[in-house]
Design a protein. Structure first.
Length: 209
């Protein structure tokens, strides 16, 4: 795939996941260890057994980057992975090993120039503020990472010199624990209440709908 072809083999490894992993907030430990995708994660990263004291020297990679499509399904997969890391080995998050890659949503071309945009807002601002009113340009929307050429994925999302990464940080462990329980747990009522409370605050331009 594009990620494997685009990476630098000297210092980057790719672990493709088939679809959505288990939601371990709703899964007992026995099922976790029987799941092939979870086992692949544990083995590839050198995580050991759940509940063991974290030993950074056993970790095979110190930049664990979650790279998913910039759409609703990609966001769900990202949330499932964050839930896994937080519940299976919280120290990975607390000590700053987990990152989220930020692939672009759009490529805008005008003449010989091209621009990558990471949101509808950024694209609209580019066109409104940087282009003449009668400018000719083309817009390509990336529906997924697989639509990018390997060189595009490297330039925008994997190259340490040009990529954008967000480190996952926790300011309040108790609050983080509460949010994971609400959003990923079995109980529907608290999740509905959370959505009804915070949903109206969302800016529609920042949503992929």
């Amino acid at each position: 795939n594009s990620a494997k072809q685009g990476r630098d083999r000297q210092f980057q490894a790719i672990l493709p996941l088939r679809g959505k992993i288990l939601n371990i907030e709703k899964t007992d430990d026995a099922k976790i260890y029987k799941n092939n995708e979870i086992q692949s994660l544990i083995t590839a990263l050198g995580l050991g057994i759940k509940g063991e004291e974290f030993d950074p020297s056993q970790l095979r990679y110190h930049y664990i980057v979650i790279m998913t499509d910039a759409d609703v399904d990609g966001a769900h997969i990202r949330t499932l992975l964050l839930t896994f890391f937080y519940r299976y080995q919280r120290a990975l998050v607390e000590q700053g090993y987990i990152y989220i890659a930020c692939p672009p949503l759009y490529k805008v071309e005008r003449g010989r120039n091209h621009y990558y945009c990471y949101s509808d807002r950024e694209m609209n601002n580019l066109i409104r503020n940087e282009f003449p009113a009668n400018a000719n340009y083309t817009i390509q929307r990336f529906k997924g990472l697989g639509e990018m050429m390997p060189t595009q994925l490297w330039d925008t999302t994997m190259n340490p010199e040009t990529r954008t990464l967000k480190r996952v940080e926790i300011d309040d462990a108790a609050e983080a624990d509460r949010i994971f329980t609400i959003l990923m747990g079995d109980r529907v009522a608290p999740r509905r209440e959370f959505i009804e409370t915070y949903g109206p605050r969302l800016n529609m331009l920042d949503l992929d709908i």
